[in-house]
Design a protein around this ligand. Structure first.
Ligand SMILES: Nc1ncnc2c1ncn2[C@@H]1O[C@H](COP(=O)(O)OP(=O)(O)OP(=O)(O)O)[C@@H](O)[C@H]1O
Length: 250
């Protein structure tokens, strides 16, 4: 459903994305891993339209999205969770979501309304429920834990009903317990909604436990792709990224 072919993006002399070809099947959950500077964020920026590739193609359900604006790419179904929830610290979880859903439905003038449309309320409630924040819907965004703020960011991305959800290090900056709580929610969401989820992650315990499919980038290129077991024991991946620790654990 998302097919990337011979994608190239350079910055000066650096080939941040170097002839990347890969496919994400509909409904798959995939982790992108690789050393710092491997080109993971650049790859996401190309998929979401923030960067335009120098060459190559990105096809969503058979149609090229290269050259389209970010808004149009979102409308076509590629969503990305940004750190946005905390931009409105004085809004509650529910108010944040109502604002987002209203803006999406094109009646932003009702943002200040105390009586949003029933459909707006129910869509907002559904997105809140999908990330497990229903019990915290009256909590101010500023008072949420870091993990819950991340879940709210994800809920905001879900408002647009993406076919593909891109998550750039969803557990970054969290303690171990909170990391697992957030990533378990992501997995639940993936299982229940059957959307295609691609996430960048540095925590290998999380990657090997959660992602049925893993892609490894190194120096902008695809170094390997496969199941956790295949990646864990792949000599090139061990040499470039994992070291021997995970090999021993495997
Ligand atoms: N806007 C930019 N301008 C110039 N160089 C860039 C830009 N964005 C990325 N790069 C370079 O492209 C390469 C890949 O960077 P990128 O941020 O995509 O890697 P990454 O795998 O996401 O790294 P990290 O794990 O540290 O976030 C690096 O050499 C980086 O310096």
């Amino acid at each position: 459903m998302l097919e990337i072919t011979n994608l190239v993006k350079s910055f000066g002399g650096v080939r941040a994305t170097d002839d990347v070809t890969m496919t994400f099947e509909a409904g798959s959950l995939t982790a992108i891993i690789g050393p710092n500077g491997a080109g993971k964020s650049t790859f996401f920026n190309l998929l979401s339209g923030a960067f335009r590739p120098d060459s190559g193609d990105i096809r969503l359900d058979g149609q090229s999205i290269v050259g389209l604006g970010i808004g149009e790419i979102v409308r076509r179904g590629i969503g990305r969770a940004f750190q946005v929830a905390s931009i409105f610290p004085s809004l509650t979880v529910e108010e944040t979501m109502l604002a987002a859903v209203s803006a999406h439905h094109g009646h932003a003038s009702r943002l200040g309304s105390r009586f949003p449309l029933a459909s707006t309320r129910s869509h907002a409630a559904h997105c809140i429920e999908m990330v497990g924040l229903t019990a915290k819907r009256d909590t101010l965004s500023a008072n949420l834990s870091h993990g819950d703020q991340k879940l709210l960011d994800i809920a905001l991305a879900l408002v647009l009903e993406p076919k593909v959800l891109l998550l750039d290090e969803p557990t970054a900056g969290m303690g171990p317990e909170e990391r697992w709580r957030v990533i378990e929610k992501v997995r639940e969401l993936w299982e229940r909604q059957k959307i295609t989820v691609v996430f960048i992650e540095h925590d290998m315990d999380i990657v090997f436990k959660i992602a049925p499919s893993i892609r490894v980038l190194s120096y902008g290129r695809v170094l390997a792709q496969g199941s956790p077991q295949e990646i864990r024991t792949n000599p090139a991946v061990i040499e470039a990224y994992l070291g021997t620790e995970h090999e021993a654990a495997a």
